[in-house]
Ligand binder design. Structure first.
Ligand SMILES: NC(=O)c1ccc[n+]([C@@H]2O[C@H](COP(=O)([O-])OP(=O)(O)OC[C@H]3O[C@@H](n4cnc5c(N)ncnc54)[C@H](O)[C@@H]3O)[C@@H](O)[C@H]2O)c1
Ligand SMILES: O=C(O)C[C@H](O)C(=O)O
Length: 311
């Protein structure tokens, strides 16, 4: 199976590295606009093969979309990341034009591909890809919830002092500092509600830390994170290519689900060979429903800015 990743920067290259290392795809093409950059990243990753034992074929190209032809999955990470003090939403002015043109180029060469959108503001970039490509909604997937949920599980693991893989927890809603909704009520440690082990104050802190997880890393690193984002994309692509039907919170176009229409927002999805196989209807309580509606309003207002930005 062939995967193209556009943007060979921090997230794109990490994603290629994890996918190669884990043998998720037989072929990976890395494409970047910066001359020689994707070629260099691909060559560097290729030279891990003998020491880590993978056989994935890697190709790096400078803006040559003919090499991406026939991809089963395409991942868009091209665009600028935020700097400390910025929100993801502030990236819309530069990233919207990049994501639109990259998505259109990819579709020309891979008409059957499933699109995974990573560039920020991710929910709006996913909506833009959905509206401009005219593909069925199961083939446009925004990656954010996989990452936010892994951060939620990490912070729960630190608070509980238990392994993250023993913890089940999900974040839905928008992929923004104030729009994420960590579903604390439904989080569990080996099936036992985490509220049996952590106080309300501890749980509130875990949720707050999760919501600003990306901003915390941006402040520490000077640019936004890449290891967990790259691994989260690989996790999502694995579920598609290997038809794993994992439940992953993804930003997808909703038509009535969770009371919303005409936006892409994070909801629990079954992810398999057709992309989004199903949106899972989790029974939210009234407080969670109110948070979801507020999150959707914020995502919608960012989508409204697209018309101005794209002219
Ligand atoms: N959805 C998420 O969970 C998530 C997580 C992390 C980062 N991000 C976003 O992903 C994006 C990339 O982050 P990064 O840290 O990898 O940034 P980066 O600067 O390291 O890499 C971005 C790459 O995109 C390339 N690029 C720019 N315009 C291009 C074009 N038209 N065609 C091809 N390539 C182009 C750049 O040359 C650069 O190499 C940012 O918008 C960031 O906010 C999203
Ligand atoms: O924080 C960012 O800007 C990048 C990404 O969305 C993340 O959550 O790491």
């Amino acid at each position: 199976m062939k995967v193209t990743i556009v943007g060979a920067g921090n997230v794109g290259a990490t994603c290629a590295d994890v996918m190669a290392y884990r043998g998720i795809a037989s072929e990976i093409v890395l494409l970047d606009i910066r001359e020689g950059f994707a070629e260099g990243k691909a060559l560097d990753i290729m030279q891990c093969a003998t020491n880590t034992g993978f056989n994935t074929k890697l190709t790096g190209v400078t803006n040559d979309y003919s090499k991406t032809a026939g991809s089963d999955v395409v991942v868009i990470t091209s665009g600028i990341p935020r700097k400390p003090g910025m929100t993801r939403e502030e990236l819309i002015g530069i990233n919207a034009g990049i994501v639109k043109s990259v998505a259109e180029n990819l579709l020309q060469h891979s008409p059957d591909a499933i699109f995974v959108i990573v560039s920020n503001p991710m929910d709006t970039m996913t909506y833009l890809a959905f509206k401009s490509l005219g593909l069925p909604k199961n083939r446009i997937i925004g990656m954010g919830g996989a990452l936010d949920s892994s951060r939620f599980r990490t912070y729960l693991s630190l608070a509980l002092n238990k392994p993250a893989n023993d913890i089940s927890a999900m974040v839905i809603g928008g992929h923004g500092d104030t729009t994420m909704i960590p579903l604390t009520r439904l989080a569990s440690y080996n099936g036992i509600p985490v509220s049996q082990f952590l106080s309300e104050e501890q749980l509130a802190k875990v949720a707050a830390d999760t919501m600003v997880g990306g901003a915390t890393l941006t402040a520490l690193l000077g640019t936004s994170a890449w290891y967990a984002p790259g691994a989260s994309v690989a996790y999502l692509v694995d579920s598609i290519l290997n038809d794993q039907r994992k439940m992953i919170a993804c930003s997808v176009f909703v038509e009535g689900e969770y009371g919303q229409n005409d936006i892409c927002i994070g909801v629990p999805c079954i992810i398999g060979k057709n992309g989004v196989e199903e949106i899972v209807d989790v029974k939210l309580n009234d407080a969670e429903k109110a948070l979801f509606a507020k999150s959707a309003d914020a995502v919608r207002s960012m989508n409204d800015a697209l018309a101005t930005v794209l002219g």
